[in-house]
Design a protein around this ligand. Structure first.
Ligand SMILES: [Zn+2]
Length: 128
């Protein structure tokens, strides 16, 4: 996020319900480290994922958009960080080879989420 010519991390991200015409809706929330203003960045894609939109809101505007969107929150980054350690929400799988002396002897399968959490789901060893 940016303000006052500086770029900074959001303090929280709200993940919002999809709508018919816009998906991947998120609200990034932070206060500017320079001027201390409350800032919200609303981002979304149109439903065919061709266009990405974002809009900044400041101070009162930020408070209003938070008030308006809080009913549509499905999860938040803060909530996720405090509540869950294991992968949560949308997951994808990763396979990792287990090697021994240059030979692939098995496979480890992980479930991962987009926040970088990972758990081992299955370990498959090739039969000798
Ligand atoms: Zn600022």
């Amino acid at each position: 996020m940016r303000h006052c010519n500086s770029v900074f991390q959001s303090e929280d991200i709200w993940f919002l319900l999809d709508k018919d015409d816009c998906v991947n809706r998120k609200l990034y929330i932070a206060s500017c480290p320079i001027c201390n203003k409350q800032i919200a960045l609303y981002s979304y894609c149109d439903s065919n994922l061709e266009n990405y939109f974002e809009k900044y809101y400041y101070s009162n505007g930020a408070r209003k958009i938070k008030e308006r969107l809080k009913k549509e929150v499905t999860s938040t980054l803060q909530g996720f960080r405090t509540k869950y350690r294991a992968p949560y929400g949308f997951r994808y799988g990763i396979n990792k080879e287990i090697k021994k002396g240059g030979k692939i002897v098995g496979l480890k399968q992980y479930a991962c989420d987009f926040w970088g959490n990972k758990i081992l789901v299955k370990k498959v060893l090739n039969e000798e």
